[in-house]
Write a protein that binds this ligand. Structure first.
Ligand code: FES
Ligand code: FE2
Length: 445
């Protein structure tokens, strides 16, 4: 790496990125990359200030005036649906002297009034009220110049709303590329689309955003140990290697990755994640392509991660020991970086809008029990993530290299019907190596 590529004065970041660049194709990743203050400073500038970041689902702001507060780095944005039905996002910062104009995390408002001096904005961002305007600012004051500042870029796709701090960023569609095919396995499963099961659960974990992402983009290998108790209880499929079966797919050049897990051999799991028959029929008609339907029909567990910090997880699960059959749950999550080795997880339970009510209730149970903030799987994972990040930041530990060599001897599956590069086994680090290629490209760019 040329010395001109990282800001002057940085010591650890250039070394760690160089080690990553040299080691990646050999499956060696420097531990320190996971919890380093300088690396985090660069990630803020080179990744999170230029990437499409998931903000909200359209169902969270379904009616005019509905708003939620969402964050990219330490910038708070009011994501709000205007009276004209359009969703916009504004920096929650009064144009007068910088106070927050919206101090609830969610609500409904036609206007936002600043509690400092009372400037008042319509929910389309227009400044409409300035106390004592004429006396204080005179005749020439033009309110049009002082509206709330919109997010540089905002885009909605199948109800998923993303923002980008870079006005020059490529379109969301270009950013997603072939990952869209996989997103549609969920977003186009029903003609009505999805809705949230409630506000996001939010919790802070002392770990690196990349480590959480790693687990969801590629690391199905951890399930046989980390989630062993779930297997023994019969909540996860009985075969301890259940998450190995199926395909791991990455989108070259983009950093996105998916895991499509099928039924373990001999396991009698229902097709199509175990969704009710009526939902299966609707999905069949709703998917854009026959290939998507055929892949979905054979899927029992599905994960998709969109670079840099959005993951969805859609597993078949038995919601409780009294319930006779497995039932799927769907969660969206954002690994919101707070600092080196520290994240806030935003976790939503999601469901098809036109699902039967009994199903929505079961899917909610399933989500809360397993992937809510106190969910069993969530607790298993976060406990481990925090210790790994702590070790990665320790004075000796940060000098070691992690092993990302799994699956280097496996050839891609030429018969996979979907886009991207697919491998016929999920116990592989292919998606991680692809993620870090994209990561390096942005960090060094
Ligand atoms: S800071 Fe908002 S009105 Fe003064
Ligand atoms: Fe896990």
């Amino acid at each position: 790496m040329g010395s001109g590529k990282t800001p002057k004065g940085m010591v650890s970041a250039p070394r760690l990125l160089q080690e990553l660049a040299e080691g990646l194709e050999k499956g060696l990743v420097p531990a320190g990359i996971l919890n380093d203050p300088e690396v985090f400073e660069l990630e803020k500038e080179r990744i999170f200030s230029r990437s499409w970041v998931y903000l909200a689902h359209a169902s969270e702001v379904a009616s005019p005036g509905d708003y939620v507060l969402r964050y990219i780095l330490n910038n708070a944005f009011i994501v709000v649906r205007g009276e004209d039905g359009q969703v916009r996002a504004f920096l929650d910062m009064c144009r007068h002297r910088g106070m927050r104009v919206c101090r609830a995390e969610a609500g409904n408002a036609s206007h936002f009034r600043c509690p400092f001096h009372g400037w008042t904005y319509r929910n389309d961002g227009t400044l409409v009220g300035v106390p004592a305007e004429r006396e204080a600012f005179g005749e020439g004051f033009n309110k049009v110049d002082w509206g709330l500042v919109p997010i540089p870029k905002l885009a909605e796709l199948d109800g998923l709303i993303f923002g980008n701090l870079d006005r020059e960023a490529p379109s969301l569609e270009a950013w997603l590329g072939e990952a869209l095919w996989y997103l549609e396995l969920v977003s186009k499963r029903s003609p009505e689309g999805l809705e949230v099961l409630g506000p996001p659960q939010r919790f802070v974990v002392n770990t690196d955003w990349k480590l959480a992402l790693e687990t969801f983009i590629s690391d199905s290998y951890h399930t046989l140990m980390t989630h062993r108790s779930m297997i023994e209880l019969g909540i996860a499929p009985r075969d301890a290697k259940y998450a190995m079966y199926g395909e791991q797919i990455h989108i070259p050049g983009k950093g996105h990755g998916a895991m499509v897990v099928g039924s373990p051999p001999g396991a009698k799991l229902p097709p199509f994640w175990g969704y009710p028959e009526e939902m299966m029929e609707r999905a069949k008609a709703s998917y854009p392509t026959q290939e998507q339907w055929e892949v979905a029909r054979e899927t029992r567990i599905f994960l998709l991660t969109l670079f840099p910090n959005f993951s969805l997880h859609n597993p078949i699960r038995k919601p409780d020991h009294l319930y006779p059959t497995p039932i799927p749950m769907l969660t969206f999550r954002v690994w919101h970086p707070l600092g080196p080795g520290r994240i806030e997880i935003f976790s939503w339970g999601m469901v098809e809008k036109d699902a039967p009510e009994w199903f929505k209730e079961k899917a909610r149970h399933s989500y809360l029990r397993f992937f809510g903030s106190s969910g069993t799987f969530e607790q298993d994972d976060t406990e481990i993530w925090s210790h790994v990040a702590q070790n990665a930041g320790s004075s000796l530990g940060r000098r070691l290299h992690f092993n990302y060599q799994m699956g280097r001897n496996v050839a891609p599956d030429p018969n996979w019907p979907g886009p991207g590069v697919a491998y016929p086994i999920n116990f592989t680090d292919e998606n991680l190596r692809n993620f870090y290629r994209r990561y390096l490209e942005m960090m060094l760019g």
